[in-house]
Design a protein around this ligand. Structure first.
Ligand SMILES: [Ca+2]
Length: 525
């Protein structure tokens, strides 16, 4: 396998308290970057002035990837994808080993990250809905606290709207998904332009341009929304053949579907199944021949390739913060909006509640955060907003559904959640996943598929003991020995839905019209 040229240059950073030493691999190429993650200085944002506003507020660099599987990063265990800059962030901060989205779909999840609310509360239930501007969002909250704020990159709530949204001093985005090459950008509502080049590089250029203009002494919060590694996957030329020698078989779970609900087998040959078109990596489909796994392998290689450019971007940003003396006072959060199935259970795409679909990477680093810590408690997309506001000493938003993990990561939190619920609503435009309601505890997962009209389920549910079966290979939903466990989880899920205001028939969802073989409209793929 060809790998990028990396050399591990010992880059010793002694913090004032000698708390941490980081070494960051430096790429021996034109894109050489040196990035050193902020150290933990045990400092937080509580040094307040008489007017109650923190005098020592950290900056926030928030980096959001699209459809990034944790295991496509070195620090989450990838054997093939080298991500030295992101790994350095993890070494210098907190890596959440069990982070999840509450709806595995781009727009709903992005809205949850900004608001701390589930999709049923913020109302962005599909990929075509604007985020209601009246809802409190953490960047706008920081703006009200005197922060300079910017959103640069993929926004993707409101398909055809590339105009600036409220709460940001500077807003650079594009319509819809954007393209890996030569995207047309709307720069703060002032002009549209199409800088030549690769999306990940261009969006980083825009971010650096904004960072270079910051006033000294005024804290800032920058959200950078990557397109990568969202489909359709097109790596930069230099990364196109990096993984050519890596074999990528279909996962074992693609062939253990006997005790799974029928809709999963129906999905196999569709737009979201492994025998389908694979985001155009397979031209003749469906194709379930063994040799057609080559198309799947090519798709995964391309996906990984796009991640390499994201790591370069992180390196450039960290290098700038270091050179400008801001690294020590900047909280850096790096995360994905939802997971991605890469063949598991015979699926591609996301939307379902299976582990690869809901697992996201979340790494947080900087003032108020410990260094080199791996947190295994379950954290959620809805925790981001309360956590960032907490870390920045800004007022919390009442009635959010997430929780700040500031205490959890620093001193532990015996009250931290041990269970949470998941929701996904059937989409007519993408008829490959039923309605999903489910619960995930520290040990168990139970998910079922309501038809949407209040009648009893028609699909078999799924029940997994994640402690023994993390790959979700053995569905225990019909297992006589698991009846009481299933009942308990059903009861707990009903309790949680009721507590969220979704009891007594108030959990509105679309009618499940079944799994279909039709391809989605070309314009929204
Ligand atoms: Ca996404």
């Amino acid at each position: 396998m060809k790998t990028r040229l990396l050399s591990t240059k010992g880059l010793l950073v002694l913090t004032s308290l000698f708390l941490a030493v980081y070494s960051v691999p430096v790429r021996a190429s034109k894109e050489c970057v040196e990035g050193v993650p902020p150290s933990n200085r045990g400092q937080d944002a509580r040094d307040t002035t008489p007017d109650g506003v923190s005098a020592n507020r950290p900056n926030v660099l928030f980096i959001l990837c699209d459809d990034l599987r944790p295991d496509a990063l070195g620090c989450y265990g990838s054997q093939h994808v080298k991500t030295p800059n992101i790994d350095a962030l993890a070494r210098g901060g907190v890596r959440f080993a069990n982070a999840f989205c509450t709806t595995s779909l781009c727009s709903p999840s992005r809205a949850s990250i900004l608001t701390g609310l589930y999709a049923h509360r913020h109302g962005v239930r599909d990929n075509f809905t604007e985020l209601p501007t009246a809802l409190p969002q953490w960047p706008a909250r920081l703006h009200a606290q005197g922060y300079a704020t910017a959103y640069i990159g993929k926004w993707h709530m409101g398909e055809n709207n590339d105009e600036p949204r409220p709460g940001f001093d500077w807003f650079v985005t594009h319509k819809g998904q954007g393209k890996y090459f030569d995207t047309e950008w709307n720069v703060n509502g002032r002009r549209r332009e199409m800088p030549k080049g690769y999306y990940t590089t261009v969006v980083t250029n825009y971010a650096l341009d904004w960072l270079k203009q910051r006033e000294a002494g005024k804290p800032w919060a920058l959200c950078l929304g990557h397109k990568a590694p969202h489909s359709f996957y097109f790596p930069e030329e230099k990364y196109t053949h990096v993984f050519d020698d890596v074999r990528v078989p279909y996962p074992a779970s693609a062939f253990t579907l006997d005790d799974q609900p029928e809709w999963i087998r129906q999905r196999l040959r569709t737009w979201h199944g492994i025998y389908g078109p694979l985001f155009e990596w397979r031209k003749d489909f469906p194709d379930d021949r063994a040799e057609a796994v080559k198309d799947f392998e090519n798709m995964v290689h391309a996906y990984w390739g796009t991640v390499l450019s994201v790591d370069d971007s992180v390196g450039r940003l960290l290098a700038f913060l270091q050179q400008s003396g801001q690294l020590q006072k900047t909280i850096v959060v790096f995360m994905g909006d939802n997971g991605l199935l890469e063949g598991e259970h015979g699926m591609v795409d996301k939307r379902t509640m299976h582990e690869p679909s809901i697992r996201i990477p979340v790494i947080a680093c900087g003032p108020g955060l410990p260094a080199g810590k791996v947190v295994t408690h379950q954290v959620l997309t809805v925790d981001v907003a309360p956590s960032l506001l907490d870390l920045c000493g800004a007022p919390a938003v009442p009635n959010v559904q997430g929780r700040s993990w500031k205490k959890l990561v620093n001193q532990g939190d015996s009250d931290w959640r041990t269970a949470w619920f998941y929701e996904y609503n059937y989409e007519k435009q993408f008829p490959y996943t039923p309605n999903v309601r489910g619960i995930r505890t520290d040990r168990w997962k139970y998910m079922h598929y309501p038809p949407g009209d209040g009648t009893p389920d028609k699909h078999l549910p799924e029940l997994y003991d994640l402690s023994k079966d993390p790959g979700e290979l053995h569905n225990l939903a019909a297992d006589p020995d698991s009846v009481s466990t299933r009942r308990q989880l059903e009861g707990k899920l009903a309790e949680m839905l009721t507590a969220a205001g979704l009891g007594d028939g108030k959990d509105n969802m679309p009618l499940d019209e079944g799994i279909k073989s039709e391809l989605p409209d070309q314009k929204i793929r």
